[in-house]
Design a protein around this ligand. Structure first.
Ligand SMILES: N=CN[C@@H](CCC(=O)O)C(=O)O
Ligand SMILES: [Zn+2]
Length: 432
């Protein structure tokens, strides 16, 4: 190691730190006033952590005489934290483009699901795929997310619904931890649907007595690493009681609770999440007033998924009511065969237009609050000394262009940096 530091990012027009007092999440008016430095620099150590952030002169003086393995001159450009995608289903085979046509013609999500399509269709394709096909598909999707600015992503299993395939999905997720620089939070979602030919009770017993014990064995042998447990709590899928049993079992083996609730029907899933100490509940299009109050009280993050409401033409979740009540609001792409979207900049745009978030709220929801939903906001989600140096350099003089330019991220993101390493250099960068 011949240099003193790994990276100097020098003289950004705007350095959007998001927060600067080691907050674990942002609420209400904190989300309106993000920490933004003008004409600022950032230093990264060889451990991949931020060592200093400050005005360009101050950093020049403080580090005069120090050497850097690499310097990025970002004069006139903006820097934001790497984006955090708090909800994705990226491991599966096949696609569902034919169902998109059905839905455009008027079929609802549950019409397709009950007709044996939807998750069931993808389960069939995924069970038939080889381990290397699953890994290859996952890897390509995560690379697309990375190029769109995602540096930490939650990845669910859930298209196996049996021990063998659920573990194959988690093994695929484990394998990319070693081959890709993107950060991963892995979620076991064996209760994503009741498998064809089984009753809910049979599926519940399979998850509790077969899948979870096998999962635990694999975790203790170090074959897979799992952070969260998820259930699709929905009318016609898993009811509240089954959901409670599965989530409690997951919690008892040390997993964070982070589940699908109140999406298509009101299930009082938000209340259940709060009661169980869930870190996050996703969707919430049908959340109740009591559920909002309960989530605010228990500090359970609401992971809102703008692509789902958009594609399925659902009513929008009540983001403003949640924000006003002091709920920790986060965002996810919900990448899955139903909602094929790898872009968090696009997700933030949809959240602003359809859910009425402000630009600053959307960025906080896609950085520090999304990191909180994954139990990772002590290390990710803002640019502060001691945190992992994951950041994006954007080729515009104001950071808001990243959200404003609908679908523009492919030309706007110039570099993606993870742990102070430049992991993507965009050959197609165009400015305004
Ligand atoms: N709602 C349940 N799960 C996914 C959809 C999965 C699928 O349709 O394959 C979601 O979050 O939207
Ligand atoms: Zn989902």
């Amino acid at each position: 190691m011949s240099s003193d530091y790994r990276l100097l990012v020098r003289n950004a027009r705007q350095m959007v730190c998001v927060c600067d007092a080691r907050q674990r999440f942002l609420l209400k008016e904190q989300m309106q006033q993000l920490a933004v430095l003008e004409h600022a620099s950032l230093v990264v150590g060889h451990d991949g952590l931020v060592k200093a952030v400050g005005g360009v002169r101050e950093i020049d003086e403080q580090f005069a005489g120090s050497s850097f393995e690499r310097t990025l001159d970002v004069t006139g450009l903006c820097v934001v934290p790497g984006l955090v995608d708090a909800h994705t289903h990226p491991v599966w085979a096949g696609d569902r483009v034919h169902e998109f046509a059905m839905k455009l013609a008027g079929a609802s999500y549950m019409d397709v699901h009950r007709a044996g399509g939807g998750i069931h269709f993808t389960v069939e394709q995924t069970r038939a795929a080889s381990q290397s096909d699953l890994q290859g598909a996952l890897s390509g999707r995560l690379e697309r997310m990375l190029r769109a600015g995602t540096t930490l992503v939650e990845c669910k299993s859930g298209y196996g619904l049996d021990t063998h395939t659920e573990l194959a999905m988690l093994r695929a997720i484990q394998s990319v931890r070693h081959t890709l620089p993107i950060g991963i939070s892995a979620t076991y979602c064996g209760a994503h649907a009741v498998p064809r030919g089984k009753t809910q009770e049979e599926a519940l017993q399979d998850v509790l007595c077969e899948q979870l014990p096998r999962l635990q064995e694999c975790v203790s042998r170090g074959e897979v690493c799992v952070d969260n447990i998820d259930v699709f709590c929905e009318k016609g899928v898993f009811d509240r009681d089954a959901t409670r049993q599965i989530l409690s079992a997951g919690k008892s083996i040390g997993l964070n609770i982070n589940f699908h609730g109140d999406e298509l029907h009101p299930m009082r899933a938000a209340e259940l999440g709060a009661e169980l100490g869930a870190l996050a509940v996703s969707h919430l299009e049908e959340v109740s007033d009591e559920g909002i109050v309960a989530m605010a009280r228990s500090k359970t993050a609401a992971v809102l998924l703008p692509t789902t409401a958009y594609i399925l033409r659902l009513k929008q979740p009540r983001a403003r009511d949640m924000l006003d009540a002091g709920v920790i609001v986060a965002l996810g792409s919900d990448f899955n065969p139903n909602a094929y979207c790898c872009s968090m900049p696009l997700v933030m745009h949809l959240a602003c237009v359809n859910m009425r978030l402000s630009l600053t709220e959307a960025l906080a929801a896609a950085t520090i609050n999304a990191a909180y939903a994954l139990g990772a906001s002590h290390t990710h989600g803002s640019l502060e000394p001691g945190k992992q140096a994951d950041l994006l350099v954007i080729n515009t003089p104001r950071w808001e262009h990243l959200i404003y330019q609908l679908g523009g991220h492919q030309e706007l993101i110039k570099h993606v940096v993870i742990k102070g390493n430049i992991v993507y250099d965009n050959p197609h960068t165009l400015g305004l």
